[in-house]
Design a protein around this ligand. Structure first.
Ligand SMILES: Cc1cc2nc3c(=O)[nH]c(=O)nc-3n(C[C@H](O)[C@H](O)[C@H](O)COP(=O)(O)O)c2cc1C
Length: 381
């Protein structure tokens, strides 16, 4: 998995820097931002930095294999791509590039309800590696239709996000006028023309849409109506009774994303949810949120025998993936790094990001003397 792009970017930090220089400031700040004072982002970093692993040099048996299973399927690595809404704002077709890269590397790809690529187009790129993330519309007909479309394209894994009962407060997005409809100001025009490759790609592909939601909005003619529609149809917070209903409606595997406490994890186990993603949404919703690092072991101890426990938030390297695996995660997702890949290099950047994470994780495991992802828990210091 050695990429020619290594001479230009050999770490996620390198990809991030290139992305910063290639996309407009309002798009970059939408991507990197957390909420309020960005304390949850800082805390995610700090918590991961306090997880240490202890090598065992003399008892190693074999070289590391990153292969793993999740929800009954085999994957070539224990990490995957988290759902990212408004993906086309960062780079046109970003979701398609991620979907295709996930298929190539045989890792899971979760398409957001609010991605700029539709369920059908993502499935054409990701094949069996497609999982679908649902923000459940309050309109039952639309909700069922979205689920049916996911099933029709062969998607078996539905991810329901529970940690957005209200929109996160993101000062940069407010200042940048990053709303629908976007506020066109002299500042945003300057930011766009100073990033010509982004401007050209966006010019060719058009403004990003909420592609999976498009069929339900065909009668809406302007962006403001689209925004009002999305706000009103997705405003229902997910509670336990809605989850129970979704459990009955979805015949495949059900995954709940955004769990941060043991009580919620137990509720999920009690209604036969198949997996949870312990997450604070990458620090984008609650600035005083605890980190998944602090909750992982307690949650794994209480429900790990009943469902699979995945995690995301704050991963910036394969070393971080090793840390979360050592805390008991079955699969580690991340969001921003894959967008940095595409922001930096377009289509091949999606593959390159996966290559970097893969090589870094493989190196850590071999250095530790660890032969498989689920063995990493033994190396936690
Ligand atoms: C730009 C952006 C858009 C996101 N959109 C969604 C979304 O539509 N649905 C969702 O469940 N989570 C969404 N998330 C959260 C991610 O799925 C994931 O939880 C988070 O990015 C993990 O943190 P990381 O970026 O530090 O890896 C988004 C995150 C970012 C950065």
């Amino acid at each position: 998995m050695v990429s020619k792009l290594n001479s230009k970017a050999a770490s996620i930090a390198d990809l991030k820097l290139r992305t910063k220089n290639r996309i407009p400031k309002f798009a970059y700040e939408y991507l990197v931002g957390g909420c309020n004072n960005d304390r949850a982002i800082a805390h995610n970093r700090d918590a991961l930095d306090h997880v240490f692993l202890q090598p065992s040099y003399l008892s190693r048996t074999q070289a590391a294999s990153l292969k793993t299973t999740a929800l009954g399927a085999e994957y070539d690595a224990p990490f995957g791509i988290a759902p990212l809404g408004l993906s086309g704002l960062i780079w046109p077709k970003a979701a398609e590039y991620h979907a295709a890269a996930a298929k190539k590397a045989n890792i899971p790809y979760i398409l957001s309800t609010l991605a700029s690529t539709s369920i059908e187009d993502a499935a054409a790129c990701a094949g069996n590696n497609l999982w679908f993330q649902l923000y459940p519309p309050k309109d039952q007909e639309i909700r069922l239709d979205l689920m049916q479309r996911a099933q029709q394209v062969g998607c078996n894994n539905l991810v329901v996000t529970i940690d957005v009962p209200v929109a996160g407060r993101r000062p940069n997005d407010i200042k940048n006028g990053l709303s629908v409809p976007p506020k066109i100001t002299l500042k945003s025009i300057y930011q766009t023309v100073s990033r010509p490759s982004w401007a050209m790609a966006t010019g060719l592909n058009g403004m990003p849409q909420f592609a999976s939601m498009q069929p339900y909005m065909s009668k809406l003619s302007n962006l403001e109506d689209v925004a009002n529609y999305i706000r009103s149809t997705l405003k229902e917070p997910v509670n336990l009774s809605m989850l129970e209903q979704l459990r009955q409606q979805w015949p495949g595997k059900l995954i709940v994303k955004g769990v941060l406490n043991v009580a919620d994890a137990k509720h999920c186990a009690a209604i036969n949810v198949d997996a949870i993603i312990v997450s604070n949404h990458g620090g984008r919703q609650l600035d005083v949120a605890c980190s998944p690092v602090e909750m992982m072991q307690e949650i794994v101890d209480s429900v790990g025998d009943k469902l699979e426990v995945f995690v995301d938030s704050g991963v910036e390297s394969g070393v971080d993936i090793a840390r979360y695996l050592a805390l008991g995660a079955n699969m580690v997702f991340s969001g921003r790094p894959y967008m940095y890949g595409v922001g930096a290099f377009g289509k091949q950047g999606a593959n390159h990001c996966i290559d970097i994470l893969y090589s870094e994780l493989e190196q850590v495991m071999n250095q530790l003397g660890c032969s498989s992802p689920d063995e990493l828990v033994k190396f936690l210091k």
